[in-house]
Design a protein around this ligand. Structure first.
Ligand SMILES: [Zn+2]
Length: 384
């Protein structure tokens, strides 16, 4: 069975399971988690939605995806029109509910611009319960927050051409098999920022939601930046003994600069911890990253250990960039989890579901807060 057929087979199995029962995915998640590690890895490799032809395409960093028929048998759901800007949007133009301010939140506003640096593709039915078998794009978005005193601050960086260098050989190549990536040099975070009038050397701070390759891919292009993240996010990877174990955790250490440790400013969880305003319930605690209430990190672990989202105000609008705690806006709106097979690449499936459920509750309680998942096609389309 080819990897495509394997992916289709799993989608069909999933549809059959849904027909039998509409109950939540926890039982299946438990089954998936209880599989022995070697079996889980084998399944993960088998589930690669694309075959070797796709890998060879991925090798070509200059591939223009707009002309590429995806190896999985179809075009992605969204295809940008020619001539449109690739990644930038004025956040104040984005659609959303009327603004109702959280009392006391976002004391120092910042100016948000969203970009995307490349994308990968997956079968929709693997990424969300009830999804179709079509192939969809996962834009690798990153955000620039212009702070009145600290200058431009990045939240993640998207992909870069280094992804292809780092996945040229085994075991990194396994990453490409499971995640076909599309990226052109003009998609890089540094280049897009430069075109937006921001010198990459002026970026002094990069907040890392977690250390998967589509989030840290561009950090080397910002030599003056310091890195802010939750300790657990990095430590959980450093203790891994083998290159294979790192790849299985979605981490390609070669994407980090040699002086990463020296430039790291991990969150001081004791000193920076704050109580959150009621409008952010059920989230009760966060971390005031710069001591001025401008950007608050919230622990949204589960997709990866120590994965954070950030809460802030831009142009009078509150945002929570939730990174991969939800893969789409529909996921938190409807509390629709991914296929349990996708749970195999999550560090803690139960915690992931718990935080997804909390995002769902937050959205219901405070719909004025724009919750933006990194890979959500809805936001990506707004950004064009
Ligand atoms: Zn991730």
């Amino acid at each position: 069975m080819s990897s495509n057929e394997a992916g289709n087979e799993r989608c069909r199995e999933r549809e059959a399971e849904q027909a039998k029962s509409a109950s939540p995915d926890l039982r299946e998640a438990e089954q998936a988690k209880s599989a022995p590690p070697d079996l889980r890895e084998a399944d993960l490799a088998k589930s690669a939605p694309h075959d070797l032809r796709e890998v060879d395409r991925g090798k070509n960093a200059s591939l223009d995806p707009r002309d590429a028929e995806l190896a999985s048998g179809g075009r992605p759901e969204t295809v940008p029109s020619e001539g449109r800007p690739q990644g930038r949007t004025d956040a104040s133009r984005l659609p959303g509910p009327p603004v109702t301010r959280c009392h006391g939140a976002g004391r120092t506003p910042v100016k948000l611009t969203l970009f995307a640096a490349g994308y990968c593709t997956h079968r929709e039915c693997l990424t969300i319960r009830g999804g179709a078998r079509r192939t969809i794009r996962f834009p690798a978005m990153f955000a620039c927050l212009e702070h009145p005193d600290l200058g431009p601050i990045l939240f993640d960086t998207g992909y870069s051409r280094r992804f292809f260098e780092q996945t040229e050989r085994f075991p990194g190549r396994l990453y490409r098999w499971t995640t076909p990536v599309y990226f052109r040099e003009e998609d890089s975070a540094a280049r897009q920022l430069r075109e937006a009038g921001i010198d990459p050397d002026d970026v002094r701070t990069i907040i890392l939601s977690h250390f998967h390759a589509d989030h840290i891919g561009g950090v080397m292009d910002f030599p003056q930046a310091q890195f802010v993240y939750l300790n657990e996010a990095y430590e959980s990877l450093r203790i891994r003994q083998s290159a294979m174990a790192m790849v299985m955790a979605g981490f390609l250490p070669g994407l980090l600069p040699a002086d990463f440790d020296r430039r790291s400013r991990p969150i001081d969880e004791a000193k920076q911890r704050i109580a959150l305003p009621d409008c952010l319930l059920p989230f009760e605690h966060g971390y005031d990253l710069f001591g001025d209430g401008s950007v608050i990190a919230i622990d949204l672990s589960g997709h990866a250990p120590g994965q954070i989202g950030i809460y802030f105000t831009s142009a009078g609008q509150e945002y929570l960039l939730c990174a991969d705690a939800a893969w789409s806006s529909r996921a938190y709106r409807e509390y629709a989890a991914p296929h349990p097979l996708a749970g195999l690449i999550k560090s803690d499936w139960r915690l992931y579901l718990h935080n997804l459920q909390r995002l769902h509750e937050l959205h219901a309680r405070s719909p004025h807060i724009r919750i933006v998942p990194t890979h959500c096609g809805e936001w990506r389309e707004s950004a064009q």
